[in-house]
Design a protein around this ligand. Sequence first.
Ligand code: NI
Length: 427
Amino acid sequence: MKKIFKFFISVIIIAVLFIIANLIWTNYLKPVEIPELSSISNEYGTTIQSEEITKVYEIYSQKIDSDEFINLDVNSYIDKLIEDFKNSNSKIESIAPKDKAVLKNVIDTYKVNDSIVSLRITTIVKEVYGEYFNTSIKTFNYNLEDKEKISLDKLFKYGYKDKISDIYSEDYLLLHNGIEFYKEKQNNTCTYNLLKEYASSKLLTAQNFSISQEEYDKLFVKVVDKSKKMVAITFDDGPHSTNTQKILEILDKYNARATFFMLGQNVVNNKDIVKDVYNRGNEIGIHTWDHKQLTKLSSEEIATQVEKTSNAIYDITGEKPRIVRPPYGAINDTVKTALNYPLILWNIDSLDWKSRDETKIVPLVMNNVQDGDIILLHDIHATTVPAVEKIVSQLNESGYQMVTVSELLDAKEYDTTKTKVFYSGRQ
Ligand code: NI
């Protein structure tokens, strides 16, 4: 009997010890389990590894060391991730190691060509006591030449961009063979070939993707067909709180684009409209801050009028305007020297500001228009809107492509570093 009793006691003691050991293991010793996560591609810059381990969380983070503007963007995104993660765990003091919160991220970099670099940050996060890791993806695409982010707006024709982002999402990565779109945990690669109908960007050019011009022509439909006639419609003095929007609708209806020479003082009061003008693929030019006649100003005042406006536009669109239209078309040598921009005048004046009458505006334009013309209109006058509807529809019917001023000058192969003043695309 005693032997059996001793045996049972031993079994119970072992069992209790086992339970205690197990409790100690799970509560004090067992480490948090972190899934494997490593970079796939490192084609640009270097990644810097760091870790921070506390009683409540573990952070294994990568940051990028490449160009300053890329570092700033990408690393501040990562800093924000980490800050948010820490804040959400700041109230907990101590926890079993296995229940710790975890944040881990890796960076993949792709050097698509000489001008395009793309980065993907994959982050996995587990909350305290959490059992699952949530994965999130953030992408960055840069044009190394102008040190700017590449937005889908710049790559695709208006309308198609929206279609693409409906199907996928705002996160996309330019890769060697195509664009990868991310939606939730899914990703989908569209080859450049598949996207050819939508593309509009000069970034996606033949030399960039080391394919021949011939192949490129097959891949991408050009927005501007150099062999067809074209005009640049321009609108001055806006944006206007209601007229500009109406004009945008008309332009879209006929697949037309135009150039809006804006006043800085109107830009800051109509930011949503500025954004919309830009997003729909139109060009925004500078028309000074408050419509000053530049020939009456000093070089410094001229530069201030233009740069202040340029910055206001840049703050909204993320792109600096490339062209200036001097108010009243007034230019002299001081203006030409003070400004490092092509100065865009016009060769067809609709006199819309004077007549305020569509029956006069429309024939003035339509009876004189030729390939390469630059047409002057004003989106601040309500009477211009119905005239625009007629002009755009008639130009469309006559086979004109309605392009932006920059597209016109590019298509007509002007060197805007050599020629300063433009009246039309056929001078
Ligand atoms: Ni004006």
